[in-house]
Design a protein around this ligand. Sequence first.
Ligand SMILES: C[S@@+](CC[C@H](N)C(=O)[O-])C[C@H]1O[C@@H](n2cnc3c(N)ncnc32)[C@H](O)[C@@H]1O
Length: 172
Amino acid sequence: MLKNPRTTGALAPSSARLARELACLAAGSDHVLELGAGTGVVTQALSKVVNEEKIQVVEVQIKLAATLKKRYPNMKVLQSTAHHALDNYRQCGSVAVVSSLPFRSLPPAMKHLTVQSLLGFLKSSPGSQLIQYTYGLGAPFSAPSGFKWQQVKWVFANIPPACIWVLTKTVD
Ligand SMILES: C[S@@+](CC[C@H](N)C(=O)[O-])C[C@H]1O[C@@H](n2cnc3c(N)ncnc32)[C@H](O)[C@@H]1O
C-alpha cells in the first residue's frame, strides 16, 4: 500500500465475508477471471466454489503474482495489467469477471484503458458479468448506454464497508 497507494487502493485486504459474497455471485458462471487479486483473499474464496482450472487470476504487482502462482498451481495466474489480460482473454461460455480493482484511485489513463477493455469484453461475451465492489456510495464507474449496473448488497463486515455491484450488457 505504501509503495503503490493508487493501484493498491485499500488499507487492508478484503474480509473473508466480502470475499465469500463475491465468490457466491461468480459460482454460476462457466469461467471466472479475477482482476487485482492482491494477496489472494478473493482467490481463496473462489477456489472453494469454482473448479480451479476454470479460474484465471490477474495481478499487476510482480511479487504478489509470483506468490499466487506458487499457491495456486492449478490456476492460470498472470502478472499483467487487467486491460491487457481482458483484451487477450478467450473462453467459451459465460464469464464472471470478479474485480477488486480500485477504480476510485487508479490513475486516470489506467482507469480509462481498463474500463474500455471491460466494456469491450462484456459486449463480446454473452451472459458474462462484472462483479465489482467499491467503498463509495455510487457505482464503481459510469457505464454508457447498453450496460446496466445493479447494486447487489453492502457488506459491513469489511474495513471499510464495501458495496457489491454487478455490471451487465443490456439486451440488444
Ligand atoms: C484493493 S487491492 C485488492 C486485493 C485483494 N483482491 C483483496 O480483495 O484484498 C487491489 C489490487 O489490484 C491490483 N491492481 C491495481 N491495478 C491493477 C491493474 N491495472 N491490473 C491488475 N491489477 C491491478 C493491485 O496491485 C492490488 O493488488
